[in-house]
Design a protein around this ligand. Structure first.
Ligand code: AMP
Length: 437
């Protein structure tokens, strides 16, 4: 019943990296990682067409760490260029996470702040530079960066870099780094400008693509409910499970804790046979739970993404996304459990205001809008606790900064307090602005 999926151990990554991956609780590589890591490790130039949320950063950072190995000399040996400060910081964060057990030095270079601290770090000796094209070139022209040891150049989100007008800086950069090097280019889309760029600097590239897999079957009805908080999500879930049509339901969560909590609560109030699977559950208990579910003896299976990957569970009547996955391909995997083999299936996503950002990214990935439905009036709308409200506001600020590095943070702006609003009609509860239902 379990399809063989490559594991991180199958790549020739060292123990330090594998331990760091284990710390991140990544259980299996994502499709882009399965395709890219062996090619990059074999020294190929690679052009990867993949969106954020597919695990693309690890796909190039992990083999890069293997190549750079350990701190050596003073001059950088790898350069990663990305369009925005936020993306540079995200990539730096990935490097930080995967090098906890390695001795490697890296620096993030971006504008909007004085260069002093960045220059100091470069002068102390550096192995990997992650930079926006403008700041990299500024510091190079100031004589602060020695480029002659750079053996790997990675361009991330090349399409966005082109949109932001970085072609000139990238061309200039290509002129000042050694010609003998490995080149990797990642882009979510392939407009002409990116094709031209790739022809200019990639040598016999291997092209890999994961976007086409991210299509969802036409037989799956996808709906979205905007829910103000976690408590209301639980109320809604209980409401849904009162429906008789919900006879073989998978409830997906991002974390083990949420999966356990939902399981315990539903089990206590009684919604029929229910099981939970996640990576802390023993292999046998997982296999039994899945078998019982497939035989129809279990009505509700609560699962994390990791636990369900590679399991042959299909013909599910309803998939409920209790939360919205941030590894966006997981959305496709989750809802693919229903609507198989021309059977109609329904995938229901419950999104808080701070998760709507991920819905937009998912819609981009699946190239489809997910229909929004009003919450049924029977649902009890719970008050949003202060801590949850603040957490959501901070998360929304973080998302805005990803999209616009100049965004200063609206945490202090007057926020709409959903918890204090009396739902007058279901129409009013459509938090997503500017979209038609
Ligand atoms: P990216 O597409 O690189 O922006 O990654 C999106 C998210 O997926 C990040 O939060 C990563 O930490 C996470 N991620 C990357 N690889 C894996 C994996 N193999 N399993 C689970 N999560 C992953």
């Amino acid at each position: 019943m379990t399809e063989p999926i490559p594991s991180f151990q199958d790549f020739k990554l060292n123990k330090q990296i594998l331990n760091a991956i284990a710390d991140q609780s990544y259980k299996t590589p994502t499709p882009i990682q399965i395709k890219a890591i062996p090619l990059i490790m074999a020294g190929h130039d690679v052009m990867g067409i993949a969106q954020t949320g597919t695990g693309k950063t690890a796909a190039f950072v992990l083999p890069l760490i293997m190549k750079v190995k350990y701190a050596q000399g003073n001059a950088p040996r790898a350069l990663i260029l990305a369009p925005t400060k936020e993306l540079v910081l995200q990539i730096e964060n990935n490097i930080k996470n995967y090098t906890v057990y390695c001795d490697l030095r890296y620096v993030a270079l971006y504008g909007g702040v004085g260069p002093k601290t960045q220059i100091k770090k470069i002068n102390e000796g550096i192995d990997i530079i992650v930079a926006t094209p403008g700041r990299f070139l500024d510091l190079y022209l100031k004589g602060e960066i020695v480029t002659k040891q750079i053996k790997t150049l990675i361009l991330d989100e090349a399409d966005k870099m082109m949109d932001m007008g970085f072609m000139h800086q990238i061309r200039k950069t290509l002129e000042v780094i050694p010609t003998k090097r490995q080149n990797l280019l990642f882009s979510a889309t392939m407009p002409d400008k990116v094709v031209t760029l790739s022809e200019e600097f990639l040598e016999f590239p291997e092209t890999i693509e994961v976007a086409p897999q991210a299509t969802t079957a036409e037989t799956i009805e996808q709906v979205l409910y905007q829910v103000p908080n976690m408590r209301t999500k639980i109320n809604f879930l209980v409401h849904l499970l009162k429906g008789e049509a919900f006879n073989r339901v998978m409830v997906f969560t991002k974390t083990k804790t949420t999966a356990d909590n939902i399981f315990k609560y539903l089990d206590r109030i009684g919604v029929g046979e229910i099981r939970v699977i996640h990576s802390n559950k023993g292999q046998n208990s997982r296999i039994n739970a899945v078998d019982e579910f497939k035989k129809g003896e279990v009505r509700v299976l609560v699962s994390t993404d990791v636990a369900s990957r590679g399991l042959d569970i299909s013909l599910v009547s309803h998939v409920i996304n209790f939360d919205i996955p941030t590894l966006y391909e997981d959305y496709v995997h989750r809802i693919g459990r229903t609507g198989r083999a021309n059977n109609e299936g329904i995938a229901i996503s419950l999104s808080t205001p701070s998760e709507l950002y991920h819905i937009l990214k998912i819609e981009k990935l699946i190239r489809k809008k997910i229909a929004i439905k009003p919450l049924p009036s029977a649902i009890e709308i719970a008050k949003t606790e202060v801590a949850e409200r603040q957490e959501m506001a901070l998360e929304i600020d973080r998302q805005k900064r990803i999209e616009n590095p100049d965004f200063k943070g609206a945490f202090h702006e007057k926020k709409r307090d959903f918890s204090k609003e009396k739902p007058k009609s279901n129409k009013k509860r459509n938090f997503r602005k500017g979209r038609k239902k």
